[in-house]
Design a protein around this ligand. Structure first.
Ligand code: ATP
Ligand code: MG
Length: 435
């Protein structure tokens, strides 16, 4: 490096964001709510690798899906040539782990994850290349109760986050039936679309024989009328599929959860059957889907496991936080309980031993006594104590230290300063926790 050349600062990859304080407190808050929710419903945490064999996603999600066709970060391991991908979603990874560790040998499992996903999309508000999902997966359960449970869990989370269900966020529901029913519908759909071939856009023409169901999901306004009048999958569902759908609906009705049946809701992965749903909002522009999920009874078998049903959902943390920031609850600001004001470095051993004892009692304590040459003035330390939002200053003045005490000074809303023993902190630490 030459003397007069400043090194160029390295920047984060486009579409991949740093999550910094104080904003990261919102993430902690949301994740705490999620963990508490999962405990209430009996879902246990699973953590799978961020990198998986590319084949997992090609086989799991389907070759002709947006994700596999154009959104995956795939690469060859330079050491051994393995084909790997950053996970674009985590249902396939969870299923792989479930199979690999024979997790369903003694019955169904309720699992959840929180973590980063990667998709090479055009970055914009609510759409990033590294984003984060919370997901819940119930594996080995066939009944409609579990579909409904997963949907009701989402509602409980929205409520915990101060969102108005039905207003800030709405439920859309559909049934995709079983593979044979989809096949019959698919044939009817293809012949309908073939009859209107000249009205199809390029994307639709390309998908006509590979993934015609996805054409129904088009965002092209010119094709809306055509898509509206297309054969509806709902009309091809057999008795069993309708029974499952109606049972899910009955639970939601009984729980007073409103929803809209959206026959065009098909979801972006091929693995879904029966129940599919999305939670949508009008408040985030075109990035309106906060959470999506459904049943995937064939995926476990498709990935080489013993056939077992499953159902789950995934939600986008960034979108949810954007929504909460606009219309939801505000997390309480993170402030320390106490701020230590330090007169001299000579007293640091005694002061820091006291602070450690307080922290062991659950009291959060901050201090910034200044640089290597000794503490800054008391006045400037008191200013910092005030700015920290702490309820108390712990003033370790020299005369107090000599008497074996610290002065506890309330910083908000008055109250008398009191002297407390340095050695017996457990006798008074609780007064700092609940002022
Ligand atoms: P979209 O239609 O908006 O692309 P999707 O159907 O691809 O969403 P899913 O694969 O169902 O999304 O993922 C579940 C959730 O993850 C979405 O509802 C959304 O909240 C979030 N999500 C998906 N892709 C992104 C992204 N690139 N950036 C931020 N959040 C995302
Ligand atoms: Mg997408």
């Amino acid at each position: 490096m030459s003397d007069n050349k400043k090194p160029v600062a390295v920047q984060a990859v486009k579409g991949m964001n740093d999550i910094l304080p104080p904003d990261s407190a919102r993430w902690d808050w949301l994740e705490d709510k999620v963990r508490a929710l999962m405990r209430r419903y009996g879902y246990l945490n699973i953590r799978t690798p961020i990198v998986e064999p590319t084949a997992l996603f090609v086989r799991g999600l389907g070759e002709v899906t947006d994700i596999v066709e154009k959104e995956m970060y795939s690469f060859e391991d330079s050491m051994n040539g393995d084909h790997l991908s950053l996970r674009p979603e985590n249902t396939a990874g969870v299923v792989r782990a479930t199979i690999e560790h024979s997790m369903l040998y003694d019955g169904g499992k309720r699992l959840f994850y929180i973590g980063p996903m990667f998709r090479h999309e055009r970055p914009q508000k609510g759409r990033y290349r590294q984003f984060h999902q919370v997901g819940a997966e119930a594996l080995g359960f066939a009944g409609p109760d579990v579909d409904a449970e997963l949907i009701l869990m989402c509602r409980a989370l929205w409520q915990d986050l101060g969102l108005k269900v039905g207003e800030d966020v709405r439920l859309e529901l559909n049934s995709l039936g079983q593979p044979a029913e989809r096949l019959a519908h698919r044939q009817a759909l293809i012949s309908y679309l073939e009859q209107h071939a000249d009205a199809l856009d390029e994307d639709a023409r390309r998908r006509l024989h590979t993934n015609p169901l996805r054409i129904l999901d088009t965002k092209n306004p010119a094709m809306q009328a055509l898509v509206e009048a297309a054969p509806k999958l709902m009309d091809f569902l057999g008795e069993e599929s309708l029974k499952h759908f109606n049972a899910v609906r009955a639970v939601l009705d009984g729980a007073g959860l409103p929803y809209r049946i959206n026959p065009r809701l098909v979801r972006g992965m091929d693995y879904y059957n029966l129940t599919v749903f999305e939670w949508v909002t009008e408040r985030l522009g075109s990035q309106g889907t906060v959470c999506g999920g459904g049943r995937y009874d064939t995926l476990i078998e498709q990935l080489g496991g013993k056939p077992a049903p499953a159902v789950g959902w995934g939600l986008g943390i960034e979108r949810l936080l954007l929504l909460v920031q606009e219309v939801g609850a505000q997390p309480a600001p993170v402030v320390p309980h106490a701020y230590a004001v330090v007169p001299s470095h000579a007293a640091l051993p005694q002061i820091m031993a006291t602070i450690e004892a307080l922290r062991a009692q659950g009291v959060s304590v901050l201090m910034h006594p200044g640089g290597p040459d000794g503490p800054t003035g008391m006045k400037s330390q008191f200013k910092k104590a005030d700015a920290s939002g702490a309820a108390f200053a712990l003033v370790f003045g020299e005369s107090e230290l000599a008497q074996g005490v610290v002065a506890v000074k309330p910083l908000r809303g008055g109250g008398e300063q009191v002297l407390r023993s340095l050695t017996d902190v457990s006798a008074w630490s609780a007064t700092l926790l609940a002022p």
